[in-house]
Design a binder for this molecule. Sequence first.
Ligand code: FMN
Length: 212
Amino acid sequence: MPETTNIFEVMSTMRAMRRLKSDPVPDELINKILHAAQWAPSGGNTQRWRFLVVKDPEIKKKVQVYYKRLYDETVGPRYASSAPPPGSDPARYQRQHVAVKYLTDHYHEAPVWIVACLEDGDDPDRTAGSSIYPAVQNMLLAARALGLGTTLTTRHTGYGKEVDAIFGLPSGAHSYAILPIGWPMGRFGPLGRGPLKDVVYQDQWGKPYHGL
Ligand SMILES: Cc1cc2nc3c(=O)[nH]c(=O)nc-3n(C[C@H](O)[C@H](O)[C@H](O)COP(=O)(O)O)c2cc1C
């Protein structure tokens, strides 16, 4: 079922959807995703987030050029030479790589992007992202609940200055994630994750947790 409001079903089927149709997405649905973003927590409830809804094909294309450059420079070679992550296997990882390449080539064709930004000053510290990524996750979940496909992407930050200039960000504001949103070509489905017991400890690092 593409749409669902069961939060556990939403989370457990929220795959990165990298193949998207170019059909338009109604503003009404984008607005629901934006409301979900604003329900997220931020440190001290400061809400220094700003969200750009990007539909202009020229702006998206300009950013895609940097996104593709980063694929060619680092992401593509890394996929080609790295081992599958936990819960995956060579064939599945190869399919992931193909999907990553597909999104790279078609990034700008997603009908709507939401760019998650933060007014975090000139020299953000390592906690800065913690006040924007909860909003990003809420948007991913809301899109999934509505049957819309998207993927959390941060690759553009490799050319962050250049991309922020394309979006017209003032100094002291930075983009943290771009969500390309559209109707998915594929289906939502099970996720590839390693065994939970391998990543949960009890009391101290490395000691097994027996509650599972
Ligand atoms: C911090 C972060 C940055 C990511 N950046 C990108 C990206 O730039 N491009 C992309 O295709 N996927 C990106 N992803 C998506 C991950 O590759 C994806 O969530 C992961 O492979 C798990 O996929 P699954 O949820 O479909 O199992 C990013 C995910 C996270 C959490």
